[in-house]
Design a protein around this ligand. Structure first.
Ligand code: PLP
Length: 361
């Protein structure tokens, strides 16, 4: 009998079973074109249809108005840390940051490396990022080109949900790499949003950026190279250079899967159920604990520990023998991290809880 296995990796994360099956079929050469999906040109009609469909699906799923451009890029979330300041930190040359975790800090480093000013408005580093930083009431948005936040902190597990987002009169940029399409956000709250593909959108290799067109129009970016300009990618419908064809193809299938399942509202319902079931177990346990402040807990990256990092490591290793993969926390924090992205079935959570119960006993 083959063992059922589950992948709790934080990214690249689990892809819906149905999508994996579809992709397998497309590896064969198409009888008309004699090409497999890995070989088609980004200039072909087949790909034009795919990328057009992906953009339309995303616009529908996230209710993205026409005032925003949607582009599919490469370089991961990390390149967005640089493209954003290059395109938008042009007036004050000063970016405000809420330091909520490792990926917020990394974005800050990139901003400074580009010679822009970084102002950390609040940081919860001293609290091991187990709670969110906040905007003080005297925050003066006019001093900054934008405020950078990370909606979901993939490593540490604290989340700005729509109802606890910082409220600013200025421009707001959000890194949604690890919770895009996992819970609803009102896109109108933001001036730019980005996400690497490899968690909730599909495989690694494609990065999504959504930018408010009117903000882009206000920029003088003399000296910024052509590949780093959003406008060039927008003008060429994400085909300014060779697109990551395969990654976009799989992303399109994933977006269609999300739509068929009932959209972001249904993903949110499932993610609340999955994460709550796991947090409930952890909270009643005398052995495991979840350190993040309750109302700020992530729906997609569930962080917990026994309090003994060596012990956690041994347990995560034991879990792999039972088909529960990639439960070890990020190397910088240790402990456990169970990533419950959209494609993670509830059965994975049940299997994990059964295993943890056994360990506790
Ligand atoms: N931002 C967040 C919230 C992430 O979780 C990650 C990666 O896990 C990144 C940015 C960096 O993304 P990439 O590795 O695609 O550059």
């Amino acid at each position: 009998m083959t063992m059922t296995t589950y992948n709790f990796s934080a990214g690249p994360g689990v892809i819906p079973e149905e999508v994996v099956t579809q992709v397998k079929n497309e590896f064969e050469k198409n009888e008309h074109t004699q090409l497999s999906i890995m070989e088609i040109s980004h200039r072909s009609g087949t790909f034009q249809n795919i990328i057009f469909d992906a953009e339309q699906k995303l616009r529908e799923l996230m209710a993205i108005p026409d005032e925003y451009a949607v582009v599919f890029l490469q370089g991961g979330g990390s390149l967005q840390f640089e493209m954003l300041p290059l395109n938008f930190a042009t007036h004050q040359q000063n970016v405000a940051l809420l330091d909520s975790g490792n990926f917020a800090a990394k974005a800050g480093e990139a901003i400074e490396a580009l010679g822009k000013k970084l102002t950390v408005i609040d940081s919860t580093k001293q609290q091991h990022y187990q709670q969110l930083p906040s905007l003080p009431s005297d925050f003066n948005a006019d001093d900054y080109d934008y405020l950078h936040i990370v909606t979901n902190n993939t490593i540490e597990g604290a989340t700005f949900h729509q109802n606890n987002l910082p409220v600013t009169s200025g421009r707001l940029v959000a890194d949604m790499s690890s919770n895009i399409l996992a819970e609803p956000y009102d896109i109108n709250t933001f001036d730019a949003v980005f996400a690497g593909g490899q968690k909730n959108l599909g495989p690694a290799g494609v990065t999504l950026a959504i930018v408010r067109k009117e903000w882009l129009d206000q920029q003088d970016i003399t000296g910024v190279g052509p590949m780093m300009r959003y406008q060039n990618h927008i003008d060429k419908q994400s085909m300014f250079n060779t697109s990551p064809v395969f990654s976009i193809y799989v992303m399109d299938l994933v977006l269609n899967w999300v739509a068929q399942q009932g959209g972001v509202a249904e993903m949110h319902r499932r993610n609340l159920m999955k994460s709550q079931r796991l947090y409930d177990f952890i909270d009643q346990s005398d052995y495991f604990s979840a350190p993040v402040a309750t109302e700020e807990r992530s729906l997609t990256n569930i962080i917990f520990t026994t309090g003994d990092l060596q012990n956690d490591k041994a347990i995560a290793k034991q879990a792999t023998q039972e088909g529960l993969f990639n439960l070890a926390g990020h190397r910088s924090v240790g402990g456990f991290r169970a990533s419950l992205y959209n494609a993670q079935p509830i059965e994975a959570v049940d299997a994990l809880i059964s295993f943890l119960q056994k360990v506790e006993k």
